[in-house]
Design a protein around this ligand. Sequence first.
Ligand code: DGL
Length: 269
Amino acid sequence: MKNRPIGFFDSCLGGLTCIPHLVQALPKERIIYFGDTARTPYGSKALSTIRTFSYEIADFLIHNDVKMLVIACNTITSTCLFDLKEKYPHIPIIGIIDPASKKVAQSFDSSHRIGIIGTKVTINHKTYIDSILSYNETLNLYDKACPIFVPLIEEAIIDNKIMDLSVKYYLDDFILSNHIDTLVLGCTHYPLIRKNIEHLYPDLKIIDPSEEIIVSIHEALYSRNLLSDAPHFENTFFASDLSENFINMIDAIFGNTNVKVAFKNFDLR
Ligand code: DGL
């Protein structure tokens, strides 16, 4: 049981940003990742659509014998975490928002001004604000949807002026007028533009939920005696459409590590 894989999923490649943190912290864990490259982005879709897609992916991963589901997507977590937990009560399910909310609530006080950026769906659902305030109701929170970031990142338009202009378009006024000193990257794609943001706003403290989620994964596995003790397994990355972008992104993220990658194309429909 304990040596079964952990199932990670995202609407596309953003959730891959969690994987190097997991590999570093828990190198014995085996990963099955599913990116819904054929149907991304989810961040501007209707709730019923996101829920249907999420159930399909969860069914697929559970069919692949995972011991835990990790929702490496803020959009799915903000809309479907409780539905997924209700539908699959027999398996631990970790969403990406709660671990980051706890970290923010524990690390800051009312002297800070904290911004949260994400997709339209995540921001409209106010999940981060509700979650952070449930741990610390004194915090000053501001949020902003940045819908153009995901399509640009998916196209690997990152290290150039178009991305920098888009960052400035969404964040200049948001940061200035709200006196933001801390920014939560509330979309798993955004760590891929962390350098752009840090370059433009060097004084900003950045919180990356794809790092924070690893603590919760460890706790959930440890408390259920599910930590793997196997030597090493090959990780598998499935995509509903095996695009060049997805493969390039896996290369970019894992290029310098010894993570083994096996690609598989899978059509959910
Ligand atoms: N990576 C997803 C998230 O964390 C969003 C991408 C999308 O819009 O599909 O919210």
